[in-house]
Design a protein around this ligand. Structure first.
Ligand code: G3P
Length: 217
């Protein structure tokens, strides 16, 4: 399972990358706004900066919601850097654009996916990645992990090549559950990744080992 970091914060991207376990980055307009990135030129430069930190795929989201606009924006984003994946919302013109990009060999990430039916459409259109959102489903008391199982199962039965990129990951248990469900990728902020390190028995055990080691020094 690949690990992507879901942020536009360059320091956090560097920190995750330094761990040696980072496979890519996902961003969205909200995450770019959070970093105060404004204006077309700054936004495009920021995507290139991210690509220069990591080796894997970097999702950059289009703002347009009509086919022509999505294609125009997506082609400009894809031309920025070979690592760019064009992130397109799960809407009618988005699906049409994903098919267009797929025919042109441009990688895509179909975002804002909340149902197996949407995931089937994304795969049929040839999306490179499909992004089901876990946390936002949990927020409305809907079992998000079942969705990951369903999509992984459907893709496996029908041999779809689209990779399941579990998004809106909020905590370590989401990551573990996605791994069990067979997600190809999880994308989440730095904190859930770092929290995988944590176990109180590790801390207690290490403290004791270090205390005992001092006895021989
Ligand atoms: O990748 C999508 C993600 O950024 C959404 O996360 O926590 O805003 O639901 P969240």
């Amino acid at each position: 399972m690949k690990f992507f970091i879901d942020t536009a914060n360059l320091d956090q991207i560097r920190e995750a990358n330094d761990l040696g376990i980072l496979d890519g980055v996902t961003t969205n307009p909200s995450l770019m706004a959070k970093e105060g990135i404004k204006g077309q030129e700054s936004i495009l430069k920021h995507y290139v900066d991210i690509c220069n930190i990591v080796e894997g795929d970097v999702s950059a989201e289009v703002i347009a919601t009509d086919f022509e606009g999505i294609v125009r924006e997506g082609e400009a984003l894809a031309a920025l850097h070979p690592q760019i994946v064009v992130k397109v919302p799960m809407i009618k013109d988005g699906i049409k654009a994903i098919k267009y990009f797929s025919n042109k060999g441009i990688k895509t990430n179909c975002t804002l996916v909340f149902s197996p039916g949407q995931a089937i459409l994304a795969a049929k259109a040839g999306a490179t990645y499909v992004s089901p959102f876990l946390g936002r489903l949990d927020d409305i008391s809907t079992d998000s992990i079942t969705l990951i199982h369903q999509i992984v199962n459907i893709y496996s039965i029908h041999g779809f090549k689209t990779q399941v990129l579990a998004a809106s990951i909020r905590h370590a248990m989401h990551i573990v559950a996605c791994a069990e469900a067979g997600a190809d990728v999880v994308t989440c902020p730095l904190e859930p990744i770092l929290s995988l390190l944590k176990h109180p028995l590790t801390d207690i055990g290490l403290e004791k080992f270090l205390a005992d080691a001092k006895k021989f020094m």
